[in-house]
Design a protein around this ligand. Structure first.
Ligand SMILES: [Zn+2]
Ligand SMILES: [Zn+2]
Length: 338
């Protein structure tokens, strides 16, 4: 079968590799669509991650083969799946930290979604694989996994109706957060350096938008609310976005680190002010089977608008082009058809 091998951040080749074999409890999925996630980009650029490798974890596919013990699925079913599975028994799982579970971190689809066929384990079939109905827009199904990560973040944040959120960065994740916050009756200030993206953020529900290239964020937020923002969600994490957030948060407010900070992850933060103002810095990482299911239901119920986030669909042979378009912020998400 064909698979997209990543040799380095600049070198990708579509090569022939062995199709995965399945055991009696497993399934073989023929990929239909896959999306490029920000976390794949982090891995592509991380020199520590072993290469060559087949990356990708956003899966929309068709069941090609089922092991003889598999029930509930048959050849031809259209499915989506999540890649990590918590054990539900360990210390982390019992404390609600499912994405910190060691089993969660070890489990994955094989070999990765950037290829023609993937193998799903018994646990994937049990916990993270959902049949999607034929009337489900399959391109929208690619957003189940990223939306599930955002739902997990919203679950972890303590918020009330009418709270004011800042959403920093209006890529895919920011646009999903804006719509989730609206569903939970919050208000949104969207912050980004790109005016075009900010105008879409407004269309998707953000009451206020700020471009820090043009306006002073702290002053602008003072004009919106004398108290400050209740919750800041950073889909872009760096010394500017975090320190700005700590300035414009209300006393007692919370900042959620959602985006990886990459290489520049060490910088100065005013801990005296965090202490005296009772600020909370928290993070949230990945999704769980339960948030995947809720993300599926939100998208199936057409409760959020994904169509402006979907652009051209490329063949996997155009992987580099898709990556570049995403890095240059020309598209929100690179989507590949197998
Ligand atoms: Zn992802
Ligand atoms: Zn566990």
């Amino acid at each position: 079968m064909k698979a997209l091998l990543c040799f380095s951040q600049n070198e990708f080749k579509l090569e022939e590799i062995d199709k995965p074999e399945i055991q009696k409890d497993e399934m073989l999925i023929e990929m239909i669509y896959t999306g490029l996630c920000g976390s794949d980009i982090v891995k592509i650029f991380d020199p520590v991650v072993k290469k060559p490798a087949v990356f990708g974890h956003e899966v929309v596919g068709r069941v090609a083969e089922t092991g003889r013990n598999v029930t509930g699925f048959k050849s031809g079913d259209i499915v989506v799946t999540g890649h990590h599975i918590p054990c539900y028994r360990c210390h982390y799982c019992l404390h609600g930290s499912h994405s910190m579970c060691r089993h969660f971190k070890e489990t994955n689809i094989y070999p990765g979604s950037f290829c023609q066929y993937i193998r799903l384990s018994k646990e994937h079939i049990m916990y993270t694989t959902f049949k999607v109905s034929p009337d489900f827009n399959l391109l929208e199904a690619l957003f189940i996994e990223p939306l599930a990560c955002c739902i997990r973040a919203m679950d972890r944040i303590d918020s009330s109706e009418n709270d004011l959120f800042s959403v920093v960065g209006t890529g895919i994740i920011g646009m999903l957060f804006i719509q989730l916050i609206k569903l939970s009756r919050g208000r949104v200030v969207a912050i980004d350096l790109d005016d075009k993206r900010l105008s879409l953020a407004g269309l998707l529900g953000a009451e206020y938008t700020i471009n820090p290239f043009k306006k002073n964020i702290v002053r602008e937020i003072k004009n919106i609310t004398a108290v400050g923002v209740d919750i800041a969600i950073l889909s872009v994490t760096n010394k500017y976005t975090l320190n700005d957030a700590l300035l414009y948060l209300r006393d007692g407010g919370t900042v959620n680190i959602f985006g990886a900070s990459g290489k520049e992850s060490r910088f100065e933060v005013d801990f005296e002010s965090i202490y005296k103002r009772e600020l909370t810095i928290m993070s949230s990482y990945s999704a769980t089977p339960e948030t995947l299911r809720r993300a599926h239901d939100i998208i199936a119920g057409k409760k959020i608008n994904l169509s402006p986030l979907i652009s051209e669909v490329m063949p996997l042979s155009d992987f580099k082009k898709g990556l570049d378009l995403m890095l240059k912020r020309k598209i929100y998400k690179a989507i590949f058809k197998l």
